[in-house]
Ligand binder design. Sequence first.
Ligand code: ADP
Length: 459
Amino acid sequence: MEKVDALTVGAGGGAYPGAFRLARAGRRVVMVDPKGVMSGNCLADGCIPSKSVREVADLYRRARRGQKFGLAGATDFNYAAVIAHKDGVQIRRYQQHDRELAEMGDRLRLVKGTARFLEPHVVEVPTDDGTHRYSADSIIIASGAEVAVPPIPGAELCLTSSDIFALRPKFRRLPQRMVIIGAGYIALETACMLSVFGVGVSVLVRSQVLRTMDPDFVSQLMGLFDPGIELVFDAEVGTIDRDEKAARVHYRQHGREQVIEAEQVMMAAGRKPVIPEGCEEVGVNVEHGRILVDATLQTSVPRIYACGDVNARSPLFHSAVRQSLVAAHNILSGNVPSDYMDFESVPTTLFTFPEAAYVGITRDQARRRGLSVVEAPYPFAEDTRAQIYDETAGELRLFFEAGSLRVLGGWVIGIDAGNLIGEIGLAVSSRLTAHDLARYPDQHPMASEGVSKAARSLF
Ligand code: ADP
């Protein structure tokens, strides 16, 4: 049994930022991950590869629109080259992470294997060179999440996001038609990028799209959605079968049996936390399949923390990174809380076309909490940059607490949403007011002008 100061279960976004912080502060730290590399699912088959493909789709989409502005325009693309670009980004980042890890020397090691708990602070890791046991003063569980495959007969015939975005994927040729089961952000983002690449996409939606998000935000976004994407509502999938040519998805809609056919079917029905073996047995509370944590990220067991997708509080890489640092700070302060996670200031972006993003409390949450808010909209029809790009659909909207005029939240639907939400999120987490935002000279002619312009509209 080897004694270490801290151990992380996983080496993704919820694990390695905290592990590095602890190691830099002189602690002896071990990260355990069956991948044997850092960055978890985000780099393996999640945000980075999917955005690498998505941004090429965006370039292609803009180049085609460029015909309007006198550009010859892109009329074709090579999907194999798109995949090569995506693989290249992944490889480059893995190499970068290898260098970062090497720089840490002995203080921080990455062990390739799957950790299981034997006692609250003892884990066992079977590896290629035998089974290791570690006793760790503090543990960060950051085992992430995995694709949730519902128990539908034939579900194994479907592709998942992992098949499409993993390094050197088998999925290298775009089909003419694709059916996507699910209506979360992964389903909709994939639908948008495939549609730009000319794939005929049908999305089977059981009840509503983006169920957990503000309904007014969602309906505005959906109003601007690519009409070429077929959204099939109230579709309860029954079974899936296939022959060499095509797959068929059988579903029930308004009491009627229907069938839809396509060369490929993608299952994007959500993700579920991965709970390490033995974790519940040693006393870590798990409810509805996720590990319960408090705002210091501690679980029900002292000195065991759980960060990132495994606690399902806000399953996004950047949230996991911040959570990991919060846990590390609390470990460094000897378990006397010195840092707290602010789950409400985590921005979310949907990399659809158009892009859309939100942060904090928006209209629906304000209503539910009985908060009285003042709204400040800024339509992109009036925005210089949006006009330059001729992408004037959508809006930026800020929500202020009535009275104090503190920024509670905001959304952006349309141009540069993913970037703009950063400034709004910082305002939310820094408790800024409409006065603060109105005073700031946001750059011209960038879409961020909309933030201060929206605030100034109140005065
Ligand atoms: P997060 O961003 O929440 O950290 P990721 O999914 O990016 O989530 O990373 C989680 C990592 O945890 C994955 O790389 C996965 O291989 C790893 N993992 C899952 N279960 C275990 C386990 N029992 N022991 C060690 N690593 C694990």
